[in-house]
Design a protein around this ligand. Structure first.
Ligand code: IDP
Ligand code: MG
Length: 150
């Protein structure tokens, strides 16, 4: 089953939107695999956003992600990576589709509530960075055959 890494960033936590994010992913049919509420160290921030090093917004991005606790999660399901990014909406909130989290709850790219892996390779790396294999819960729901075709 495809897995993806999701963060409710500090602005989402401060604004009391952890439940909203979880609720939307649950309603979508995705299955929670792991979750941890935690602060973000400088080292973790650098590793999460290594790909953005050197960009003009990089320093602000590190300050943003370290500015308070985050809710780190792993979710799984068919097409989980694409499905979660669709539920989050486009990076820039004013370009996010109506009905997406970033559209419905945010305005600025530097306060866009959530992070989600963008590829299978990134998802694997991000899950390994934030969780150990014992943290990942292997479980099923009675409802799964009504949501997952296979
Ligand atoms: P993503 O979060 O939708 O995958 P990325 O391009 O990977 O978007 O950028 C990572 C994060 O960096 C964004 O979610 C956003 O918080 C921040 N970011 C991206 N571009 C800008 C920008 O132009 N100005 C300020 N922050 C930005
Ligand atoms: Mg990204």
């Amino acid at each position: 089953m495809e897995k993806t890494f999701v963060l409710v960033k500090p602005d989402g936590v401060q604004r009391g939107l952890i439940g909203e994010v979880i609720s939307r992913l649950e309603r979508r049919g995705l299955r929670l695999v792991a979750a941890r509420f935690q602060p973000v160290s400088h080292n973790m921030a650098e590793r999460l956003y290594a790909v953005h090093q050197g960009k003009p917004f990089y320093d602000g991005l590190l300050d943003y992600i370290k500015s308070g606790p985050v809710m780190a999660m792993v979710w799984e399901g068919p097409h989980a990576i694409a499905a979660v990014r669709q539920t989050m909406g486009a990076t820039r909130p004013i370009e996010a589709d109506p009905g997406s989290l970033r559209h419905d709850f945010s305005l600025e790219v530097g306060r866009n509530l959530t992070h989600a892996s963008d590829s299978i390779d990134t998802a694997r790396k991000e899950i390994d960075l934030w969780f150990s294999s014992e943290d990942l819960v292997d479980w099923s729901r009675d409802l799964d055959p009504w949501i997952f075709e296979q």
